[in-house]
Design a protein around this ligand. Structure first.
Ligand SMILES: [Zn+2]
Length: 253
């Protein structure tokens, strides 16, 4: 059941990911083929299944449906399954389900548009703070400190980088996304989230540099990658394995 709900939520996320960067309303309006704009009937809009039996093409115009659609649906389903298994205390899902969905949406939008929309990160931060007040399992102090420190740290690092490299490194969107992560996961999560995301980002940057021709290798300073997906990966790792990782690092096994 959790997986099916996740697939449906993933399908809704696709609507958000397609419409939000274009300034369209996320609510209401039938789903349409992005190519020919013909409205989709319900049976062509079933998560994963429709993609398979349409063989990845629009029924009306035959345009290829981007890979992102089934991938995001699958990500929603797997996220829901993982959350359901990881947290026996289902009340916590009130916080971690919207958080997980926001991470998937931000990842996809950043990859497609190099953009982390305020329309997700700011309400996300507020929601994280509010839920930490309401849910006894969460601490408001840790959430508030997480949001403040997350935003402050990244803002500071961004300014330093600008001075050193003479160009913008971290965008304002990254700052707000880390504030949101701090609000949901609390201040103690931040060192590990930053460590993991920086590690993965460096690795991806290296792969990019090595993949370029030898003549371009001097250009490593100008390599730029969207950072949102790495932040999301760091936050996801912490959400699912944070306690085990911290135990491991502190030698507790
Ligand atoms: Zn079409």
């Amino acid at each position: 059941m959790a997986g099916l709900v996740g697939l449906a939520l993933g399908s809704f996320l696709n609507v958000v990911i397609t419409r939000l960067p274009q300034g369209e309303s996320v609510w209401g309006g039938r789903s349409r083929c992005p190519q020919c704009r013909s409205p989709l009937s319900w049976y062509d809009n079933i998560p994963l299944c429709s993609y398979v039996w349409l063989r990845g093409r629009c029924r009306s115009c035959g345009a290829a449906i981007p890979w992102r659609y089934p991938l995001v649906e699958l990500a929603g389903g797997l996220m829901a399954l993982a959350l359901w298994h990881t947290f026996p205390d289902k009340l916590l899902l009130l916080a971690y389900a919207p958080f997980g969905l926001a991470l998937i949406a931000l990842t996809a939008i950043d990859l497609e548009h190099r953009l982390l929309p305020d329309a997700i990160t700011i309400p996300g931060t507020i929601l994280g703070l509010l839920l930490s007040l309401v849910l006894p399992q969460l601490s408001f102090l840790e959430a508030a400190a997480g949001a403040l420190l997350g935003a402050g740290l990244f803002y500071g690092v961004g300014r330093l980088y600008e001075k050193w490299a003479g160009r913008r490194g971290l965008g304002g969107g990254d700052v707000k996304m880390l504030a949101m992560i701090g609000a949901f996961l609390g201040v103690w999560a931040l060192p590990l989230v930053i460590l993991i995301s920086a590690g993965l980002g460096t690795l991806a940057g290296l792969i990019r540099v090595l993949g370029q021709g030898p003549g371009d290798r001097g250009q490593w300073r100008t390599i730029s990658l969207p950072y949102g997906p790495f932040l999301a990966a760091g936050a996801g790792c912490y959400l699912f394995w944070g306690e085990r990782l911290l135990n491991f690092l502190s030698g507790g096994g």
